[in-house]
Write a protein that binds this ligand. Structure first.
Ligand code: BG6
Length: 468
């Protein structure tokens, strides 16, 4: 391009977190337990009981968001904090916490973007069968009514479920290792179906209660590359992209399963059952925008039907599960990875955004993207994270290219606003613009210390992305 399209006025420069990864206060003020509270830290992996203690630092944290100049803050509401047993009575103290958070955001002119469910299923809901039990759909709808009624005057951007696709592909995103055996694949696809129905109900309900508010899903989406131009590899990439990504956006946007993904589910004997009325509900609910969590592309090749070539091998570039007859993971020699083995691919984000825009034609909010690294507080009292600045700059450049390509990108919320507990790799894997002074097992002062990337991002926001 000779001229790049500037980031539009009102672009939502934001940052993300999720409830259980930052809040702590896991059993305070009447909060019920969630599945995440069952995490027992194996060596080197922190539990979520204190996390970043955001529950007790909320005003201070929002003041830092204001200092950073954030236009939006994406957080999640802990279902078990506001409805301790998932099904029954609301918990006023829990509800009041999110009032404080939302009021502080609004007072600073920061747009709240609220995720309704981010991996932290109330334990009581799990104990009655979890998402596989259709009663959970009704419980979610009641929870939706509660939080829409309570916060809908101030929260106009909602996200239904974070990374539903990841909970199917990597069930340990929701189930702690301490629970032992993970659900069967058939069960996971039924859970996922029930989540689709629950999301559709929430979408219809929000539109009815607050016609001026917007709601959408937030799956983890990434372009899948074929390892070569061998047509068999191209089919494998298309398979995996349909099963891993498009299925989740197709159900949300088109109200029906992706045909390639559905054929796969039938072939594997894992297709979910529909209850009467499900198809109509899915067809009726329409999202207003799409959240996209983007971290890394994947490269795949055709897999043999006998399963002999798709198990992960030592030295594989990416930890991906191949599947017989569907795909196997392959190395992409054009790309490198982070110290945690996550592929770095800024251009892949542009490709991903273009594909999502072409398929669905809806506004897109990047709801997550960022770099996990072992940041260190140095003797000068600072945290120097030039690698994060470099990572984000390269992704912002590609976001601007995607905008110029015609993608209706409305905002960008890097993961994460502050350091938090990684889903499976403890506190040492840090993503934040703000360093939090705690160690893996050592809670320390919990002081908030803006990193170098904080100052850099503030300037990006001040110039509305003109100076990256
Ligand atoms: C996303 C999740 O998958 O990736 C977040 O929505 C998570 O909850 C983020 O923290 C980074 O992953 P990890 O495993 O490094 O924490």
């Amino acid at each position: 391009y000779k001229d790049l399209k500037p980031f539009p006025e009102g672009f939502l420069w934001g940052a993300s977190t999720s409830a259980y990864q930052v809040e702590g206060a896991w059993d305070e003020d009447g909060k019920g337990m969630s599945l995440q509270d069952l995490h027992e830290p194996p060596a080197g992996v922190t539990d979520f009981k204190v996390a970043s203690d955001h529950y007790h630092h909320v005003e201070e944290d929002v003041a830092l968001m204001a200092e950073l100049g954030l236009k939006a803050y994406r957080f999640s509401i802990s279902w078990s904090r506001v409805v301790p047993d998932g099904f029954g009575e609301p918990n006023e103290a829990g509800l009041a916490f999110y009032d404080r958070l939302i009021d502080a955001l609004v007072a600073h002119g920061i747009t709240p973007v609220a995720t309704m469910f981010h991996f932290d299923l109330p334990l009581a809901v799990h104990e009655r069968g979890g998402w596989a039990n259709r009663e959970s759909i009704d419980a979610f709808e009641r929870y939706a009514r509660l939080i829409f009624a309570r916060y809908g005057d101030r929260v106009k951007h909602w996200l239904t479920i974070n990374e539903q696709n990841v909970m199917v592909i990597h069930p340990n995103a929701m189930y702690p290792a301490a629970m032992g055996v993970l659900p069967e694949k058939r069960d996971l696809y039924q859970q996922s179906h029930n989540m689709f129905v629950a999301s559709a109900k929430a979408t219809l309900l929000l539109h009815q209660m607050w016609p001026d508010a917007k709601i959408g899903p937030a799956p983890n989406i990434t372009a899948i590359y074929p390892a070569t131009c061998d047509p068999a590899d191209v089919v494998a990439a298309d398979n995996w992209e349909s099963i891993r990504c498009w299925n989740y956006l197709d159900v949300a946007c088109f109200g029906r399963y992706n045909p390639i993904a559905w054929a796969y589910m039938v072939e594997k004997g894992v297709a979910p059952e529909f209850a009467p009325g499900d198809a109509e509900l899915l067809a009726a609910a329409k999202p207003d925008y799409l959240g996209v969590n983007y971290y890394a592309t994947a490269t795949v090749a055709a897999a043999r039907n006998d399963g002999t070539d798709c198990a992960p091998r030592a030295g594989d570039q990416q930890v991906m599960l191949g599947e017989e007859g569907v795909y196997r993971s392959a190395t992409n020699e054009h790309l490198t990875a982070t110290e945690y083995g996550w592929i770095i691919d800024p251009v892949g984000m542009r490709t991903t955004l273009r594909r999502v825009a072409s398929r669905y034609g809806l506004p897109i909010l990047i709801t997550e993207n960022g770099l996990g690294a072992r940041d260190e507080l140095t003797a000068d009292g600072h945290v120097h994270d030039p690698y994060r600045i470099d990572y984000l700059r390269r992704h912002f450049e590609q976001a601007q290219l995607a905008l110029t390509d015609g993608v209706d990108l409305i905002g960008y919320c890097p993961w994460s606003f502050m350091d938090l507990v990684s889903t499976h790799q403890g506190y040492g894997k840090r993503y934040g613009f703000v360093y939090v002074d705690r160690g893996e097992d050592d809670i320390r002062s919990l002081a908030r210390i803006p990193k170098d990337s904080f100052a850099w991002y503030r300037h990006v926001i001040e110039t509305n992305g003109a100076e990256l």
